[in-house]
Design a protein around this ligand. Structure first.
Ligand SMILES: *[C@@H]1O[C@H](CO)[C@@H](O)[C@H](O)[C@H]1NC(C)=O
Ligand SMILES: *[C@@H]1O[C@H](CO)[C@@H](O)[C@H](O)[C@H]1NC(C)=O
Ligand SMILES: *[C@@H]1O[C@H](CO)[C@@H](O)[C@H](O)[C@H]1NC(C)=O
Length: 707
């Protein structure tokens, strides 16, 4: 009997198709029209739009008089109240982790969300684009697009092109200003034909030598990795009510756990590649060793706050000489964190919590793990947010070492207080490792899987073969035009373009083959993980310890036939990772060509939604080959209980349908629980450990080598 096979779930992922064919939908006129109109609103977000249609709509659209255009007229009334009595002005810095900013962002989101039809939504957005604070507009508008049913499938332009200030170091941004102001070094861009400037963007370690961990800045400052995190948080905003907005079925609390567990594990793999060991663990009462110098500047010129080495996070030192009493809760971050942690630990050890009304909720049940996730995230579905709070809000403030604001309009949030920049600070991984460990505190009360739980009777993996794994760095181009201010003429005719060229990690595509012998036909789930084998000293890491370092490479459903099955998968078929996003310029071109009927536009789910960048599917190898291991398991398929539909019409999981869960097992299965006997694990016939070396090559060697 499966003891506690309860919160059965499996993540990041979806089933495209078993035969691995790419599936897509051809965009129709209506979709193209929507996509175009939405994209235009993302251009030069730090300047008012110069589009004639936008100006006209913004002038005439008075939604206060059109409350019947919204399914929830109260939402309009509420927004108008904020608008009248103190909305954050344009030009100020917005942070979703500042509660007053968040309230306003939610108020705006609601009028977007409750707009009755696309026309109303669009007009409301145009009005907001011209009138509302840029950061709030961008955030609320984007959340609305991914949650409104009539904009499902719409592709958001890459956030690093919309908001380059949050993704590129200030030297890069200043070089862009220089080119913009001097119009020098102009040359013709061969690839695109139009005029362009190209800036070589560097990671922060190239200029300042602050901390040896900067050797990993190519990873933590990667635009794709940071964009992934931003998008994930658009789909599952911590403030969103699961019931009201229909995301309950996805088990967001469990998704929260798994996303962070995977991020922390993936970061550890990259640390090992760079000969770093364990991710440090945060103790709030001991100075934190890792400093952070973001090298980022806000569009208004203020710098992102810096954290010195050995920063003391205690309140006294941190707020030295400051009065906090009337400035909101953030000055008390240190005590809030202590209170919430204590309460959460107690709840885990007791195995239950009480909700707002004192009703007891068992944590050891099917739903319990998800509830725990909601509590720890401090999201809207937490049964008692007042009591268990939101550790992360305060932790981000404290670790970010941000300054005391003058008032709610003049905040200078730290990198950790924006989804766009959180993953750039090494403290992010240290903090979330601590969060992941909270869930392990819970797991220690759950019995480990037994042989009976793990074995798939009659099914055996006889062989695993994997191509040679090779990583390298190549150039990535991204549009920086939105980092500079255009003149009216330039805006109107879209004449000034500038771009960044930056080295990013990549790997050669590879295929792997899994040979499965079965004595019957069966529907199976197949999961592939990549994990370390040795630590930074070359010591073998046993599986009991290593289970939290296993990173999911792929997860799919497969119909196994009686006899021998050779399952061949290509690295790019993975439904856990996604390709680079199409740049704004290319997307715009494709949409226009389709609009004119010249070419079909294929809506590719991998361009929407949140996927970890395919480029980072493998950690950086070494010239002589760095040893990792691949783990494969084949287990009986079970459908996820809350599932409405397999997949949305655009072949990626529609948020709220449960489609994010490939099967009904826990996300992270089978590494979710403690492992007592390593020997047992090595003997499970339907699983396989395969030692794999990852090589790193210079990009020049890639095309010339035979491998
Ligand atoms: C990046 O580094 C290279 C080599 O040191 C340098 O030539 C280039 O100007 C740097 N880029 C920026 C934007 O500072
Ligand atoms: C594996 O590592 C854990 C943690 O260090 C240890 O408690 C356990 O005894 C080890 N197991 C084996 C089989 O070496
Ligand atoms: C290798 O070849 C491919 C295909 O011809 C090309 O796109 C890529 O830029 C080349 N890579 C390098 C590093 O030269």
């Amino acid at each position: 009997m499966k003891l506690f096979l309860v919160f059965l779930v499996g993540l990041f992922a979806l089933v495209l198709s078993n035969d691995g064919k790419k599936q897509y939908k051809v965009a129709n006129k209506e979709f193209l029209e929507k996509q175009k109109r939405i994209m235009q609103l993302f251009k030069h977000i730090n300047q008012p739009s110069h589009d004639k249609e936008h100006i006209e709509i913004a002038k005439t659209w008075s939604f206060g008089e059109k409350t019947d255009h919204y399914t929830k007229p109260e939402a309009v009334k509420q927004f108008i109240q904020y608008w009248k009595y103190g909305f954050i002005p344009k030009g100020e810095i917005f942070s979703v982790f500042h509660h007053e900013h968040l309230e306003q962002a939610i108020a705006l989101f609601k009028i977007f969300y409750y707009a009755k039809d696309f026309e109303t939504f669009y007009k409301t957005a145009v009005w907001a684009r011209q009138n509302v604070n840029e950061g709030i507009f961008l955030y609320s508008f984007s959340v609305a697009i991914v949650h409104r049913p009539d904009t499902y499938g719409i592709i958001l332009p890459p956030i690093y092109e919309v908001y380059p200030h949050y993704f590129y170091n200030s030297e890069t941004i200043h070089t862009a200003y220089y080119y913009k102001q001097t119009h020098r070094d102009q040359h013709t861009d061969q690839e695109h034909g139009d005029k362009a400037y190209t800036i070589d963007a560097n990671y922060s370690g190239h200029y300042l030598n602050l901390h040896p961990e900067q050797s990993m800045s190519y990873f933590i400052e990667d635009v794709g990795i940071n964009a992934f995190y931003y998008y994930y948080n658009l789909y599952y905003p911590f403030w969103m009510c699961g019931k009201t907005y229909g995301i309950e079925k996805d088990n967001r609390g469990e998704i929260f756990y798994y996303v962070y567990q995977q991020i922390v594990a993936r970061y550890y793999l990259e640390r090992l590649s760079n000969d770093w060991g364990e991710t440090p663990f945060i103790n709030w009462d001991v100075p934190i060793e890792t400093p952070y110098y973001p090298s980022l500047e806000y569009p208004n010129g203020l710098e992102f706050p810096t954290r010195p080495a050995y920063a003391k996070l205690h309140e006294y030192f941190y707020n030295y000489g400051q009065r906090w009493t009337t400035k909101g809760p953030y000055g008390y971050s240190h005590s809030f964190i202590h209170d919430y942690e204590r309460r959460i630990n107690d709840a885990i050890d007791k195995g239950h919590v009480h909700d707002h009304d004192g009703k007891k909720i068992d944590l050891t049940t099917y739903e319990g793990f998800n509830v725990l996730g909601n509590i720890i995230e401090g999201n809207h579905d937490s049964p008692n947010k007042k009591y268990y709070g939101t550790i992360q809000t305060f932790a981000r403030h404290l670790l970010g070492y941000s300054y005391q604001p003058l008032d709610k309009y003049h905040t200078v949030p730290s990198a950790l207080e924006h989804f766009e920049t959180s993953m750039r600070d090494p403290a992010f991984y240290q903090f979330f490792k601590k969060i992941v460990m909270k869930f392990q505190r819970y797991q220690q009360y759950v019995p480990p899987y037994t042989e009976k739980d793990l074995v798939f009777p009659g099914v055996k993996i006889t062989k695993v073969e994997v191509d040679r794994l090779v990583t390298y760095q190549d150039y990535f181009y991204s549009d920086l035009s939105n980092a500079v201010y255009d003149s009216d003429h330039e805006l109107e005719h879209d004449t000034f373009h500038i771009r960044a060229r930056q080295e990013r990690l990549n790997h050669k595509p590879f295929t792997y083959k899994v040979t499965v012998k079965s004595d019957k036909d069966a529907k199976a789930s197949i999961k592939i993980f990549l994990g370390p084998k040795y630590d930074e000293y070359g010591r073998y890491i046993n599986i009991s310890e290593n289970r939290l370092n296993m990173v999911e490479l792929d997860h799919f459903v497969y119909d196994i036939k009686s006899g021998e099955n050779i399952i061949t998968r290509h690295s790019q078929e993975t439904n856990v990772y996604g390709p680079d996003r199409t740049s704004y310029t290319d997307l715009w071109k494709q949409i226009n060509e389709a609009h004119k009927g010249q070419k079909e536009f294929h809506i590719d789910g991998k361009q929407s939604y949140f996927y970890f960048p395919q480029r980072y599917m493998l950690p950086k190898g070494s010239p002589e080959g760095k040893t990792y291991q691949i783990y494969v398991i084949v287990y009986p398929y079970e459908q996820y209980k809350g599932k409405d539909q397999e997949i949305g019409e655009y072949y990626y999981p529609k948020v709220g349908t449960g489609a994010i869960h490939v099967d009904g097992y826990p996300l992270g299965y089978p590494f979710d629980r403690f492992i007592k006997f390593e020997k047992l694990w090595k003997q499970i016939p339907n699983s396989y450990f395969y030692e794999a070396k990852i090589y790193h090559k210079h990009s020049d060697e890639i095309n010339s080598s035979h491998h």
